[in-house]
Write a protein that binds this ligand. Structure first.
Ligand code: UD1
Length: 340
């Protein structure tokens, strides 16, 4: 298949491009590099041994997006591009609505004009709001707890409405749990700008001595060790989930939400212990108050993805830590790291 990948240079996008190419598909990437590096795409090509076709542009520019579709006939689109920092979305909600909704609307209009009717959308487990029950199944109630989450939920709603009106469309809404880790080669990984907000990139920066200590946000949760529980999933498993989804679109009808998780929850302390095992020494941590808006526990029931596409996550928490650490050690400054 010929697949258009928006945000293909980003963390999940780049890992997905490798898996798509390895599965024999051709890939065209649209990215403006506003939160990613062109180097990621060079690594994709190196790992897959095949080229990626790049259009560097902002999807908010509908006229330029049109040039991507002109003269090509895509079989499907995977839409990763978007802003994703919760705190930033609270401070700058309009920017989040403009970017995440505007890009999606432009993309859908371009697809409709060119008769491309298959889409995989990057949604998030954040659409379950603060879960009242775990594991989470796709039919559970949805809500937004911040503007970032609201953009994901609004886009899901837009796609459901759009598919209701256009019976020929086939759309997978992939709800990621907590993607972490890096490519096993050590050549690709997460490269957040500034101080990371998320747990795993923060821990790896502490592990390589770039940050002093990890703050454990909340030690009084009603969980076995008092820290919050999440479903951490290796980014390569997430990437392979996209390959399975895009190959399975032909047998979907309308917009279908599907969880991508392992089905296992791990506490913050368990993640720290796993990283310490891989590192072979203790990590400096300090107890800190709960972070506003954090849920006690969230993990997936991943059975729908298995049922539909035969997909399941295969990497363990130790794999995730080992690969994240390998990437961070080789690239303390992310893709800007100069070769040693
Ligand atoms: C966060 C977002 C979520 C988003 C997801 C992916 C919030 C409230 N939620 O999910 O909407 O979809 O990232 O980008 O930001 N933790 C620490 N110390 C740290 C960092 C995190 O103890 O320095 C804890 C958190 O309290 C949480 C767990 O580690 O219990 C995981 O945190 P994180 O990696 O930020 O993911 P989520 O909060 O699940």
């Amino acid at each position: 298949m010929l697949i258009l990948v928006t945000g293909g240079a980003g963390y999940i996008g780049s890992h997905t491009c490798v898996e798509l190419l390895l599965a024999g598909h051709d890939v065209v990437v649209v990215d403006d590099f506003s939160n990613s590096s062109p180097e990621a795409l060079r690594r994709v090509e190196r790992l897959a041994g095949r080229p990626v076709h790049l259009h560097q542009l902002d999807i908010l520019d509908a006229a330029r997006l049109e040039t991507v579709f002109a003269g090509r006939s895509f079989d499907a689109v995977i839409h990763f591009a978007g802003l994703k920092a919760v705190g930033e979305s609270v401070a700058q909600p309009l920017r989040y609505f403009r970017t995440n909704l505007g890009t999606t609307l432009n993309l859908l209009e371009a697809m409709a004009r060119h008769g491309v009717q298959r889409l995989v959308f990057s949604s998030s487990s954040t659409v379950y709001g603060n879960p009242t029950r775990v594991p989470l199944t796709e039919d559970m109630p949805l809500s937004a707890v911040n503007p970032y989450g609201r953009t994901k939920l609004m886009i899901e709603d837009i796609l459901r409405d759009f598919c209701a009106a256009n019976a020929d469309w086939q759309v997978a809404l992939l709800r990621y749990f907590n993607p972490v880790g890096a490519h096993a080669s050590g050549l690709m990984g997460e490269d957040p700008r500034g101080i990371p907000n998320n747990l795993m990139p923060f821990i790896t920066k502490v592990a390589v001595g770039r940050l002093e200590a990890l703050s454990v946000f909340g030690t009084d949760y009603p969980t076995p060790d008092g820290t919050a529980i999440r479903d951490y999933i290796h980014v390569v498993d997430v990437a392979r989930g996209h390959v399975a989804a895009v190959q399975g679109l032909a047998s979907l009808r309308g917009a279908r939400a599907v969880n991508l998780g392992t089905g296992r929850g791990h506490s913050v302390r368990e993640v720290i212990s796993a990283m310490e095992r891989v590192l072979g020494r203790p990590l400096p941590t300090r107890n800190a108050p709960r972070r506003a808006g954090d849920a006690t526990a969230s993990w997936a029931d991943p059975s729908l993805a298995r049922q539909l596409w035969g997909w399941t996550a295969t990497h363990t928490l130790d794999d995730m830590c080992r690969d994240a650490l390998r990437w961070q050690t080789a690239h303390p400054d992310g893709y800007d790291t100069r070769p040693a």
